[in-house]
Design a protein around this ligand. Structure first.
Ligand code: PLP
Length: 406
């Protein structure tokens, strides 16, 4: 008799953003007159850059001509895009990544959730707390979490690394030795970036204990400080212990177009087995390639006009981030992030719980953010705002928040 995969029953009942969406829907239903300011979900709002749109149009026209029509894309990505990535994201920064170490995909979410498949089932997996929920849920689906004990989930093979004010939101090495370590910097949700020395220390640690770091650099384009690393491969030894995920979503406004890539150096081997080759096998078997037109759009991101236009878009979001951070600080809040990241991580006033603060902002002010506790236990007492809105909406949100008595 058929049965469901009961690992799925170990997932938390309702995904964070579904709960937020439900509460927002209910509020909108009962307050049709209130203009909500939504600084919750981390989606971009500016339209796709003109250079990217032109490339899309050209590629669409090619698809309509017999001579230039393309069918299935190469599983691992078109050479033109892999070459542009290797050159612009790596070589220009002095990092040596070969084109065939780059696996093009439909985005970082799929890659960072699928990657765990190629590692041993009993791998001990360390994640930051708070965390982008996808790392946890994909490992729970894969059978690495225990059952619930009342309300508490027993994390069999999952280790939470608290990221708190005390450690500057960069985790300490866990007490138990993990096999896989998910790191994400600049971080979602805390908005905190990691320094090169801190990242090098993680690489050294992984090399020492034989762990693999799964490094999510989806927000690297928001780094403005020269001293901060854009890639884990800026650290020495990382090619022996790290995998990097990149996304065109937040870097170039592709959340609706869908494009990303994963870098696995050929040097990364476990018990003599090439991790690169296993991922190539997995990717080739389960994935049929990102669309040609979208890969051409991705290539245009690296053109002189494309990169100029995208820099301008990021500057718009970062202007919001700086404004939100400064204004919240002026209003008496303790605020983190927002400097090399589009996320603002603020401490709720008066020790209020994250969800109470969410309800207060929604119901009293019509401002939507994301409760920190939804990203993990150490997120309790924090609240995430994003800089992806418009400047006017950011100003409106601050105006409303200022009206709260702290
Ligand atoms: N990684 C992090 C940390 C994210 O916050 C997100 C999206 O919000 C993603 C990955 C997903 O990126 P993509 O749109 O490329 O799937």
């Amino acid at each position: 008799m058929a049965a469901v995969n009961d690992n799925y029953l170990k997932l938390q009942g309702s995904y964070l953003f579904q709960t937020v969406a439900r509460k927002v829907r209910e509020f909108e239903g009962s307050h049709p007159d209130v203009r909500l300011i939504k600084l919750g979900i981390g989606d971009v709002t500016q339209p796709v850059a003109p250079a990217v749109i032109s490339a899309l149009h050209r590629a669409v026209d090619e698809m309509g001509q017999a001579a230039t029509f393309r069918g299935y894309a190469p599983d691992l990505g078109y050479d033109f895009l892999r070459a542009a990535i290797a050159e612009n994201d790596y070589k220009k920064r002095g990092i040596s990544i070969a084109e065939d170490e780059i696996f093009v995909s439909d985005g970082a979410k799929s890659d960072c959730s699928n990657i765990q498949e190629i590692f041993a089932q009993d791998s001990l997996v360390a994640v930051c707390d708070p965390v982008y929920p996808v790392y946890v849920d994909s490992n729970v689906m894969a059978g690495r979490a225990g059952d619930f004990d009342g309300d508490r989930r027993l994390y069999d093979r999952l280790v939470y690394m608290p990221c708190t004010e005390a450690n500057g939101f960069v985790p300490d090495f866990p007490r138990v030795k993990p096999d896989l370590i998910y790191l994400c910097f600049p971080n979602n949700p805390t908005g905190v970036a990691i320094t090169r020395d801190q990242l090098q220390a993680w690489v050294d640690y992984a090399l020492k204990i034989g762990a693999v770091i799964l490094y999510d650099a989806a927000y690297e384009a928001y780094i403005s400080a020269d001293s901060l690393p854009h890639s884990i491969f800026e650290c020495s030894g990382a090619e022996d212990c790290a995998i990097e995920f990149r996304s065109f979503s937040k870097n170039a406004g592709f959340t609706g177009l869908r494009l990303g890539f994963t870098v696995i150096p050929k040097k990364l081997k476990l018990n003599g087995q090439s991790v690169h080759d296993l991922w190539a096998r997995r990717h080739g078997t389960k994935y049929n390639g990102a669309p040609y037109i979208v890969q051409r759009a991705g290539e245009a991101v690296y053109s002189p006009e494309g990169s100029q236009q995208i820099q301008e878009q990021i500057a718009v979001y970062m202007k919001n981030a700086v404004y939100l951070k400064t204004a919240l600080k002026d209003a008496g809040y303790t605020v983190y992030g927002g400097e090399n990241s589009p996320y603002i991580w603020l401490k709720t006033p008066g020790g209020m719980s994250s969800w109470d603060f969410f309800d207060l902002l929604l119901n009293r002010l019509g401002v939507v953010g994301t409760p920190g506790s939804g990203f993990g236990p150490s997120g309790e007492g924090f609240f995430r705002l994003t800089a992806f809105g418009t400047y006017e909406n950011s100003q409106e949100a601050i105006g409303r928040i200022r009206s709260l008595e702290l």
